[in-house]
Write a protein that binds this ligand. Structure first.
Ligand code: IPE
Ligand code: IPE
Ligand code: MG
Length: 245
């Protein structure tokens, strides 16, 4: 049986997250500027989103720019800020054909105005699509996400809209950027780094983690299938224990 048919006959994760890491190293190895790696990485996101949609995955959250990435050199930041508009121009046809909805998670008030407008436009245009939800985490940081959620909940409490007893896991979940998405099944971080770098800390509580060596621009359908195949062999216990027969 091919890996693909094995994967398709098993449990397809509903929500996958990817830390798309290694763009710079991938480019350096080819004696190219780091920005070339970001260009290839963004093209690869289109391909992987379409593959995920075809496999029947409901949501794909990708880490595209972290709240800490503002400390990179200005030229690299400028290049990264330009990628969403390139992304929109180049891929809108393909995403429409595949009925892919695009949402953005993160702080949305630190971008240049044109990027803020683009985010609103893309979210609005794709909001009724029924295929994969591509959640692009851009100026995203998990500490910020959780703190913003806590502030919203504090407001509700202060205004008397909720009682202390109403503050529970479900309420917190509903005040995170991912509130519309299924629980996170699998996190993939490319490029061999084995850390979370402030990504989806709450959502990762019971996700499976997978760290392939390949850099993001080279992560293809074959590696995606390998990741899901590996995931399907895991025994997710969620802290429980099956009765022994
Ligand atoms: C990931 O690739 C993309 C972003 C963080 C924007 P990097 O730019 O981190 O590439 P490496 O890790 O330096 O190779
Ligand atoms: C995490 O990668 C952020 C993105 C992939 C967008 P980094 O390359 O910024 O993370 P560190 O610095 O290696 O932890
Ligand atoms: Mg990196």
């Amino acid at each position: 049986m091919s890996v693909e048919s094995r994967v398709l006959s098993g449990y397809i994760p509903r929500h996958i997250a990817i830390i798309m890491d290694g763009n710079g190293r991938w480019a350096k190895k080819r004696n190219m500027p780091r920005t070339f790696g970001h260009k290839k990485g963004s093209e690869n996101l289109k391909n992987i989103a379409i593959e995920c949609n075809e496999l029947g995955i409901k949501a794909l959250s990708v880490y595209a720019f972290s709240t800490e990435n503002w400390s990179r050199p200005k030229a690299e930041i400028d290049y990264l800020m330009n990628l969403p508009s390139k992304f929109e121009e180049t891929f809108k046809g393909k995403f429409e054909e595949n009925d892919i909805r695009v949402i953005f998670s993160g702080r949305k008030n630190r971008f240049p105005k044109n990027v803020q407008d683009l985010i609103k436009r893309v979210e609005e245009k794709t909001k009724n699509r029924k295929g994969l939800i591509l959640n692009i985490c851009f100026d995203y940081g998990s500490y910020t996400e959780i703190l913003d959620g806590v502030k919203e909940i504090s407001e509700l409490y202060k205004n008397g809209d909720i009682k202390l007893e109403d503050i529970n896991e479900d309420l917190m979940k509903n005040h995170l950027y991912t509130k519309e998405l299924p629980d996170l099944d699998l996190l993939i971080r490319t490029s061999g780094e084995e850390r979370i770098s402030n990504f989806l800390l709450w959502q990762l509580a019971y996700s499976e983690l997978y760290f392939p060596k390949v850099h993001w621009p080279a992560f293809n359908k074959k590696q995606l299938l390998k990741a899901i195949d590996n995931f399907q062999k895991r025994n997710r216990r969620f802290g429980g224990l099956k009765e022994e027969k």
